[in-house]
Write a protein that binds this ligand. Structure first.
Ligand code: NAG
Length: 189
């Protein structure tokens, strides 16, 4: 993948999204989410449940609920890191340059959330939508994601085969997030 690519596989904000330079090309690879594990250091503040569902041959959807009982603010930090393993073995995972640099929640809302998450989950979730600048208020409620499917438009033509592990985390005042493992393989032509 080109260095300007960002592989952002969010489960919580939950789907497979790739922001890439070479949009519109025909995808030559398949992906299979193998697992999604959610975590929360305090379920009285944030409870997160997610699952991967196979909806058709080679097609997967992600569903889940995120119960927000706290209000993230500028002290809340958002970060995502990705590792890749060619074999799937734990010892082979190496850090790759697809990430969301650690940043305050409002910055995340005005960048990745607005540009990538809103367009992709608008139809399958009740996650908040906004235009212009984020007003700073993330309402406390139960957010649901129902059969969110990765859209193949905007994916890069080629992706290195292997196992990708993405860890998406929010910290302060509760540490929560998910670890998603996705297998990428070349398409049988
Ligand atoms: C995910 O990130 C969190 C926060 O940095 C860390 O505590 C956790 O160990 C990570 N999990 C994996 C599987 O990398």
């Amino acid at each position: 993948m080109s260095s300007n690519s960002l592989l952002l596989i969010t489960g919580g904000l939950f789907l497979i999204i790739l922001i890439v330079g070479n949009c519109g090309a025909k995808r030559k690879w398949d992906y299979e989410p193998l697992s999604i594990d959610t975590y929360s250091s305090d379920e009285s503040k944030l409870k997160f449940v997610a699952k991967v569902e196979r909806v058709a041959r080679g097609e997967f959807a992600i569903g889940g609920t995120i119960d927000f009982k706290y209000t993230p603010d500028s002290n809340t930090m958002v970060e995502a890191v990705a590792h890749r393993s060619s074999s799937g073995a734990e010892r082979d995972y190496k850090l790759i340059p697809f990430n969301i640099p650690k940043q305050p929640f409002p910055d995340f809302m005005n960048s990745h959330y607005k540009d990538v998450i809103i367009p992709n989950v608008a139809e399958c979730s009740n996650l908040i939508k906004f235009e212009g600048k984020f007003d700073g208020v993330w309402p406390q409620k139960v957010y649901t994601l129902d059969k969110c499917v990765a859209d193949s438009d905007g994916f890069p033509e080629m992706v290195t085969e292997g196992f990708y592990r993405i860890n998406f985390t929010l910290t302060n005042p509760v540490d929560w997030g998910f670890v998603l493992i996705v297998k990428i393989s070349n398409k049988m032509m």
